[in-house]
Design a binder for this molecule. Structure first.
Ligand code: GDP
Length: 443
């Protein structure tokens, strides 16, 4: 999890202030010193840290006392606000073109996650904004790059425009726009060549593509793990291309956070999206305020709610309610529910967003996602009749299911028992058995 160390250190620095009814200047100085060290250790740019501490100290010493907060809480709020401000305060969005298609030029060094992000963004735009994206393969230096874009495009069923590697990137980009206009693609994402290091040829080519297609957005993809270096990369790209925003990838990894915290302050360009995993659905809009709360450990409830909403379709929810009401919730529904849950992302990642949950404790808790996989495998080895009516599962069926899913009969028994208990519980709440009211009375 990104920011873990930083979270912990900031938490420790602020904890001392939390309960205090009176906070002296000495207390503030002491906390600021610790916060400064924590930020420097997280590889945040030195000048950014200095300004940050200056701003927080100034506001903390002269803070008007809000009645609802203790002085300690007040300082925590100031740190939270300033952290958000550092990352850009308002959430930055993609600017859609008034006249479609919207054109996004993607830039970045090799390995930053550019190609992966192109596909993530396409999927996101289709799902969230009903766009019809077109991916464009302009990395003509590596045949594998064209192939890679085609592979990820296929995975999410988004068309990829390519002309091989013998035509110039500018010609491909120009032809792609024509193609988009004729095929009704209103969102064009241009994947470009990366290099291991910034070089003049790379920049020149990007400038040429920019001049030819006049993009609405130029997004620079940066690997969050690159730390301070990210700031230099961003400055170089920005100087030549005037980028419109940054995409911070691999924020799921064990990054210290320095890149994410420095890049806006140094370049003035906001982080618009975060890549949070290798799957093509692992993309998040970047919200500085929520990220600040996440860093300070007050949880990220809003992101959690959005995740849940994205994973659970309302119609499905209504159908499910109906099933529960009529006592017809079966193992097949159970399987569907589990698969929905999985869409929200790894359980551990979800749990960390809950306020008050200690991220370290979760890492140490060894939550076994494989248990869920096992349950899924067992249900999948059942016939539809068995899923709908588990009571027909006799000893020989159990043996077949166990063997089919690579488990023991005892695992099958355990699942059936747990499911039966779940059904009992649902009955009580459905009004079919004990009604809600009766249940309360019984207590
Ligand atoms: P490109 O060279 O910039 O096009 O980079 P790729 O898209 O090929 O990605 C490089 C590697 O980073 C691949 O192994 C990706 O799976 C991985 N990757 C990309 N984005 C993320 C992310 O958000 N999180 C994680 N953990 N890995 C990522």
């Amino acid at each position: 999890m990104a920011f873990e160390n930083l979270s912990e250190k900031l938490g420790a620095a602020l904890k001392k202030l939390k309960g205090k009814g009176v906070v002296t200047e000495k207390d503030i100085k002491e906390s600021m010193r610790e916060i400064k060290l924590a930020l420097l250790e997280a590889d945040v740019n030195y000048k950014v840290v200095k300004d940050f501490i200056g701003n927080v100290s100034e506001r903390a010493v002269g803070a008007d006392v809000l009645e609802s907060l203790t002085p300690g809480q007040q300082i925590i709020k100031i740190v939270n606000d300033e952290l958000a401000k550092l990352m850009g305060s308002d959430s930055a969005r993609i600017e859609f073109a008034k006249k479609p298609p919207t054109i996004v030029l993607m830039a970045g060094l090799q390995g930053a996650g550019k190609t992966t992000f192109c596909a993530k963004l396409a999927g996101f735009m289709r799902k969230k904004h009903n766009k019809r994206p077109l991916l464009v393969a302009c990395d003509i230096y590596r045949p594998a790059a064209v192939k890679q874009l085609e592979v990820v495009g296929k995975q999410i069923d988004i068309p990829v425009f390519q002309m091989g590697t013998q035509v110039s990137a500018v010609s491909i980009a120009t032809a792609a726009l024509e193609h988009a206009k004729h095929h009704g693609n209103d969102f064009v994402i241009i994947d470009t060549a990366g290099r291991l290091h910034i070089d003049d040829d790379l920049m020149q080519e990007l400038e040429d593509i920019k001049a030819a297609v006049n993009p609405d957005e130029i997004l620079l993809v940066i690997d969050a793990m690159t730390g301070q270096d990210a700031v230099n990369i961003a400055e170089s790209f920005n100087a030549r291309l005037e980028i419109s925003g940054v995409v911070m990838t691999k924020l799921d990894g064990d990054t210290r956070g320095g890149a994410a915290l420095s890049v806006k302050a140094v370049t003035g360009k906001p982080i618009k999206f975060a890549g949070v995993g290798e799957k093509l659905s692992d993309i998040e809009e970047f919200h500085p305020d929520r990220m600040a709360s996440r860093i300070l450990g007050s949880g990220d409830v809003l992101s959690l709610i959005e995740k849940a909403q994205a994973a659970f379709d309302e119609k499905d929810a209504a159908k499910l309610e109906d099933k529960i009401r009529h006592n017809s919730f079966n193992l097949d529904d159970f399987l569907a529910q589990m698969q929905q849950m999985k869409k929200m992302g790894p359980l551990t990642q979800i749990m960390k967003m809950i306020p008050g949950v200690n991220a370290k404790a979760i890492d140490n808790a060894d939550i076994d996602e494989r248990k869920l996989d096992r349950v899924e495998a067992i249900i999948k080895s059942m016939t539809m009749r068995e899923r709908e009516n588990p009571s027909i599962i006799n000893a020989s069926r159990k043996r077949r299911i166990a063997a089919g899913s690579g488990n023991n009969v005892s695992d099958v028994n355990l699942l059936l028992k747990q499911f039966e208990q779940m059904q009992q519980m649902m009955k009580q709440f459905s009004g079919g058995g004990l009604g809600m009211r009766k249940l309360k009375k019984k207590k």
